[in-house]
Design a protein around this ligand. Sequence first.
Ligand code: COA
Length: 328
Amino acid sequence: MSIKIIGTGSYVPEKVLTNFDLEKMVETSDEWIRTRTGIEQRRIASADQATSDLAYEAAVKALEMAKTSAAELDGIIVASISVDHVFPSTACILQKKLGAMKAFCFDLEAACSGLIYSIEVAHALIKSNIKYRKLLVIGAEKLSSIVNWEDRNTCVLFGDGAGAMVLEKTPEGAEDCVLASNLGANGTYTEILQIPAGGSRMPASQQTIDNKLHYMTMSGQDVFKLAVNAMVSSCKEALAFADMPSASVTWLVPHQANYRILKAVASRLDIPEERVYMNVNRYGNTSAASIGICIDEMNRGGFVKPGDIILMTAFGGGLTWGSILLKW
Ligand code: COA
């Protein structure tokens, strides 16, 4: 049994927040942000938009392209760290909005690696179970709701958006679009990228709110080094499994964290920069949404053609990481 991506969709909110806007909010500069991260602007959801609303817009587009009605979906997986509620799942909220009433639903939390984890899980479900034919996987984030807008170390990096894919089981004998994949994690680094409060370890209280502990905190330099090493070894493992040299990769699609991270990963894999898809300048880091947004832009923009080899790789809080080598 094999699978195919039959539709992609993405959505970013209308509101643009530029580096110049941020100069008025915290002590930073456009020059600092651009040279350290490659980010020029990011999108910010409106007060009445939750993560499921962003996910809905991306899902509708992916379903349209897949010529699939929501009622045909067997399952929905939403990857997010900025869920609508701790529970119920954002996937259940999305199910209702779409009218996908046959679908099982769950959220998957693997931070910025969430979409890679979700595709891997969906792939395994489709391949192992005769019941599941069409699954919707989405990375969706309203990170503006969990970012401390007074902390210049983090607030300049992140943005909101959603990227979706419809995966379908293909007929017997067809080629599987997933050539290789791997997932990884290292829980010894949980504290370098986290939201300290709001969970069972430190429930929300007046004190956690006063100390802004329900916002994201990060040790940027530690994350940087670990991100490059983890993505490089994960990509190498995927290429080795498929017995392919990095020269056969048409597009490297890394999680859009920071263009310096992306360049370092590409260079260590011997993949020239012109074969690395980047939109971090326009959207910043949209966590679980970033790879989905890239793939949809590439698909709709004619950047990919059948037979192209795409290497997606991500890294995020947890720590988590993973790579998927795809034949388009
Ligand atoms: N504007 C201006 N100055 C800033 C700033 C900002 N937005 N943010 C931090 N600084 C300051 C720091 O306070 C520090 O000042 P100091 O030397 O007086 O202490 C200085 O800039 C250098 O900070 P440093 O952390 O060394 O910068 P850096 O070159 O490592 O870049 C990051 C910082 C965050 C851009 C970089 O570490 C990074 O991208 N890390 C990975 C983050 C990431 O991708 N996270 C998500 C993973 S999924």
